[in-house]
Design a protein around this ligand. Sequence first.
Ligand code: MN
Length: 501
Amino acid sequence: MIEKNLKEYREKRHFEKTPEPPPELGRPGTDSLFVIQKHKARRLHYDVRLESDGVLKSWAVPKGPSMNPRDKRLAIRTEDHPLSYADFEGVIPKGEYGAGTVEVWDRGIYLNLKPKGKSNSVRENIQKGHVEVWLQGGKLRGGFALTRIREGKDEAWLMIKMRDEEADNDDVLEKQTRSVLTGRTIEEISASKGYLKQDPPNVHISMNGRTLALGNLDKVLYPEAKFTKADVLNYYIAISTFILPHLERRPLTMKRYPDGVTGQHFYEKSCPSFRPNWMQTVATGKTKVVTYCTIDDRASLVWVANLASLELHVMLSRAPEVLQPTMIAFDFDPGPGTDIIDCAIAARNLRGLLAKLNLQCFAKTSGGKGFHVYIPLNTRTTFKETKDFAHALALMMEKAYPDQLTSNMRKAMRKSKILIDWSQNDEHKTTVCAYSLRAQPRPTVSTPVTWEEVDEAIAKKNPRALYFETKDVLSRVEEHGDLFIPALRMRQELPQIAKVG
Ligand code: MN
């Protein structure tokens, strides 16, 4: 039998381009998970996946599952997928393996119906070529049998509904089209569209099996753009696949604008006491312990956005290791008379300096006039080390480009220079998350960009090339995937500070 394991999963994909999860072996849960993903690729099909041994055993079913025992549905065996794939819904960029749209059509737990001996695991049954499971999902219920009919490279199986009280003649695929995760159809996911209507002042939605009450949806939060709270929620739902990995387990500071960007705002560090019991939190703080929210799934993201928390600021560390930064952040802030192009030039100069230290860095717009550079670490370090290193670099930059930039805020304000802010590398500080909205006159977004784009914007002296609103960002992720994935995955050691000087 040909191996269809995570190695094959890894080899088929470019994880810097696709939003799909990396090929990590999961920790098997106590319940066995199943997921069925409707996949609009070159040809529409349904991917049936069963958890076994920390991975998802997978089949592609061209005609999809049927509740009718008379239907014999061809199921082509495909490579094992990581457990985290069960949450994946979104768009796989053009040119990537499986390019197209994935909807989480059904999900639930399953029971192995054929454990004759105690050692008869699903994995063994797959090896032997016959699996019988009871699916307990949102759409599919009852016994299903999978039987191998052809071995070798084009390993083929049949998926057949077993005869039991759940069997049914109705066409479940036609009757049930929406995602069990987000309630969207595959067309809406393709268009990265939300499903909230503009009109009603209050709606309830169901997400990750939780019900959320959303209010004031027609309230205009960005008057100049007539951008409403429903638009804000729809943006965060549409970008969720891309923003969630950057928010996950990071202590969150909310910047709330209950009366919109022209009204008063406030920072909220403590996760509100009226939070639902499923909101995850993490307690940290040197002098005073604060219980922060973390945003670990779509429902949490929508709950926070519903508080008119337009801007999402997160720590540079992740729970539970909140004292261990995963990256270094620099914020280039324009002083009077300078603009984002001057910031981009300074950022590019920092990149050159880092290259000499064999460190790669990645850029995003602030969503305002500034520019951000991140150095991924994802190795063991402390805030003391990252802060000292960032400070040393800022001083070197100031020395190398004394007419353009300073590490001193007062000087920047007085003398029309770029401020290189290194001080955010601190356990108390949070920085604006990639893909977060900003409270600007229009709904701009802190947007990852390539260094080629930075070069081109500088060459053409074109600040507009570094300006992105929500709709621009949604089409960018569809085209490029997540340009900021290296911030999460790239492992780099911090050089000794002595080597820098
Ligand atoms: Mn597929």
